[in-house]
Design a protein around this ligand. Sequence first.
Ligand SMILES: O=P(O)(O)OC[C@H]1O[C@H](O[C@H]2O[C@H](CO)[C@@H](O)[C@H](O)[C@H]2O)[C@H](O)[C@@H](O)[C@@H]1O
Length: 393
Amino acid sequence: MELKSNHSSPVLTDPAPVNKSRLGIPSGLLPYSQQGPSFSASGKYISIPRKKPGKLDDVRSNGWLDAMKSSSPPRKKLIKDFSLEVTAAADDSESPYCSWMLKYPSALYCFGQIVKQHASNKKIAIFLDYDGTLSPIVDDPDRALMSDATRSAVRNLALYFPTAIISGRSRDKVFELVGLTELYYAGSHGMDIMGPVNSNTVSDDHPNCVKSTDQQGKELKLFQPAREFLPMIDEVFRTLVENTKGIEGAKVENHKFCASVHYRNVDEKNWSTVAQCVHDILKDYPRLRLTHGRKVLEVRPVIDWNKGKAVEFLLESLGLDSSDDVLPIYIGDDRTDEDAFKVLREKSKGYGILVSSVPKETKAVYSLKDPSEVMEFLKSLVRWKEQDEAEIA
Ligand SMILES: O=P(O)(O)OC[C@H]1O[C@H](O[C@H]2O[C@H](CO)[C@@H](O)[C@H](O)[C@H]2O)[C@H](O)[C@@H](O)[C@@H]1O
């Protein structure tokens, strides 16, 4: 079943027989076969009545609570639980983090190797997550600001390499936080992309891909694969705000194509109540699903689209998808960034760099400890490029 949209009346149709897209956009946007009650036979969006809250047993038995507890755990706890296999034998005196670094070496330490062995004569494209990558994780999502030094490093970076931010936040919000017009932005975990207009890309024919302009009047391409979910997410957001208002510390954000329920500031004894609120909503909206972030539950459309697909989309839009002389580098800290790491790993193209100060299972190749190391890495790339150009001149 393929999802088609003419922007005003979402229509669910049968599968397209052939998938001609290199990006896999037509079939890639397939929702799961279930057709939720939120769409009428004509495909029009309709409201559905709220049900009574379920039992807390729901969220205990389905593992949500465990996932919530292990999301962004305190350093001590994560080290205690750490049970990853490491490729090299680790001395007993080494910390689990050091052992982990043998498998996921520091991108700063390996910088020479990255640029000399892998980047020479290649076009580098940079993809950056925002929270936990460019800005440190803080209690209040509205105060997650990037430093001026990091902003300046990203601005310099974009002078030499095409650079995009791919965030779970809404595109407008992340643009407001980063404030650089030199970049491309993808919000809502890649479901809202403002990318370059390039000659004849397959995505140009997609009904949810339209020409647009940025604040400076520059022509860009706007791709919103989950466009028909807008009213549904809006309704869910409002219901979540209403249903969580009695839970001290809970915060709900509307990211346009997904809604986030934060529990970082909720007493742990109330986490199950937060989880149950989200669980109850999802029962009413089978075309939405849950993903876990760092102390946040995220409700998003059941479409096959994620940060990995957004990287592929942007590479194609930049005209960098088909040649071997391209080195995409993706830097991120969260579970949702794993989709992008996976794409790069599976295509054997470029590198994922995980930002983490604790051992984590990941599909990335390298690691960086925190946003300050990310900034150092970005500055190193700029210095290397400047030297390279000076040598050529
Ligand atoms: O994809 P990202 O750009 O990394 O966005 C992921 C989520 O980031 C924000 O939440 C996280 O950072 C907050 C500020 O440091 C922190 O308080 C929260 O606990 C983290 O989960 C954002 O508020 C979420 O909506 C994003 O999905």
